[in-house]
Ligand binder design. Structure first.
Ligand SMILES: Nc1nc2c(ncn2[C@@H]2O[C@H](COP(=O)(O)OP(=O)(O)OP(=O)(O)O)[C@@H](O)[C@H]2O)c(=O)[nH]1
Ligand SMILES: [Mg+2]
Length: 444
């Protein structure tokens, strides 16, 4: 069963590449994401024997050229035929990406996606990588997501979106994010939020980096996503000693993580993450890893240290807290969690802490799915990742909406979008859709 990656725009291409490279490295070019090349002429192979099941699109050539150079030393590469890029960029304008590039890339994207789908026995899922702050990934990414939804209504369709730093980036990034998310929350099945602020903290605090580059952020995302979405098998409840014989599909993961279409926003974290030189001196057991992963999920913390580990599940009084004057701080309420364990002695791991009452919304149907694999990941004998659909996942959208509303009330920058055919009412509608998402999450 195949998963097809669609990489769009600068961040989309760089993060998509980082995830594919991690999957290739950890799982030996798994069939899910790579296809072996048969009968290729030596001149056409260029690098390695595998092609990524991927379509690559950008409105400027620099990044795509760089990625193709990087794959020269790898056992896989992108197919040239599945790549399209222009020369100009979309200038951080969502409407430029959605309208102009959406039109220009319409035929190519559908043809390339169909070719990739036909090269697979069966398509399990599409994973669209993009940022939401620029013009190409956010605009063209939204349009391509809609095209995939129409053409493949039964496949799982997920978006991996890079969220910009909250400060210091492009002024119109929140407009672009609101416009993009309003389309994605309708067309997509699940949206993985890749928060640059969070990845920056992991790079600094866990990897001990003084200077944090984009590559360092992408390394964090690659770690988290490859861990959570790479090959694994479902466990029987909390007992990881007994794994399902068949591999978990992306569609099963999505069906579990998004039990209701009003809640599609997901975050993911993995531990341990550390500099390679620290690995030889680190020993983890399953109990400390799962306890930390659960505490991080409750606090929505991307790092293992420096957060409030005493948060209590919400809602309702917790025994022992009754005499306290001040109510204890409450953690995130969730709808669903996927916990993945990779490593040895899985039979000794117990994830029952993830079932604790109060962690989940009262109507969450079956909130925890545990998956496992006996293969080590990232050079660690044991590691854990969580994917969470929880009440804090709408925080970025809430903040983006607030800033967009403020700018829109003065009609600031609206003319830049109108120049590409977007109307003020389209922006108002986008804000309304996003308000509903924020309200749904607030009610969890
Ligand atoms: N994590 C991460 N973020 C990136 C990377 N490159 C750009 N960004 C972020 O992505 C946002 C800008 O979007 P881009 O992906 O560069 O824009 P684009 O899709 O190429 O669109 P245009 O350049 O406007 O045509 C900003 O928030 C950047 O911080 C990257 O390699 N990794
Ligand atoms: Mg760009």
């Amino acid at each position: 069963m195949a998963t097809i990656s669609l990489q769009i725009g600068q961040a989309g291409n760089q993060v998509g590449y980082a995830v594919l490279e991690r999957l290739a490295h950890e799982f030996d070019c798994p069939d899910s994401h790579f296809r072996p090349v048969q009968n290729a002429r030596a001149s056409a192979i260029r690098s390695g024997q595998h092609r990524a099941r991927a379509v690559v699109m950008d409105s400027e050539p620099k990044v795509v050229r760089m990625l193709n150079e990087s794959t020269l030393r790898l056992p896989w590469c992108y197919s040239k035929r599945q790549t399209m890029c222009e020369q100009r960029g979309a200038g951080n304008n969502w409407a430029n990406g959605y309208m102009r590039y959406g039109h220009e890339y319409h035929e190519f994207s559908l043809d390339a996606i169909r070719r990739e789908a036909e090269a697979a026995d069966r398509v399990d899922a599409f994973q669209v990588y993009s940022s939401v702050a620029g013009g190409t990934g956010s605009g063209l990414g939204a349009r391509v997501t809609e095209l995939v939804r129409e053409a493949y209504p039964k496949s799982a369709l997920t978006n991996m979106i890079v969220l910009p730093y909250m400060t210091g980036e492009v002024i119109v990034q929140f407009y672009n994010a609101v416009l993009s998310l309003s389309h994605l929350t309708t067309a997509s099945d699940a949206i993985f939020l890749l928060r640059n602020d969070d990845a920056h903290r992991v790079a600094q605090s866990s990897y001990k980096l003084k200077t944090v580059t984009m590559d360092a952020l992408n390394n964090v995302y690659a770690n988290d996503l490859a861990h959570a979405l790479g090959p694994s098998r479902a466990a029987a409840g909390a007992d990881c000693g007994l794994l399902d014989p068949s591999l978990l599909s992306q569609a099963q993961r999505v069906a579990h993580l998004v039990p209701h279409p009003d809640y599609k926003l997901l975050t993911t974290h993995s531990i341990p993450q550390m500099p390679e030189s620290y690995q030889a001196f680190s020993r983890y057991d399953w109990s400390s890893l799962t306890t930390t992963a659960r505490a991080m999920a409750l606090a929505d913390s991307p790092v293992e240290e420096g957060f409030n580990r005493r948060l209590k599940p919400a809602p309702g009084p917790v025994p022992g807290d009754l005499n306290q004057q001040v109510a204890p701080a409450r953690g995130a309420t969730s709808l669903a969690t996927l916990v993945t364990l990779r490593g040895d002695q899985l039979g000794t791991a117990n994830c029952s802490a993830f079932w604790e009452e109060g962690l989940y919304s009262a109507w969450a149907p079956s909130p925890v799915l545990v998956a496992g694999s006996t293969l080590a990941f990232g050079g660690h004998a044991k590691s854990v990742s969580t994917v969470l659909n929880g009440s804090r996942n709408a925080m970025f959208l809430d903040a983006a909406l607030e800033r967009t509303q403020r700018m829109f009330s003065k009609r600031a920058y609206v003319h830049q979008y109108e120049a590409f055919g977007l109307q003020a009412t389209d922006i108002e509608n986008a804000m309304l859709i996003c308000e509903q998402v924020v309200a749904s999450y607030a009610g969890l």
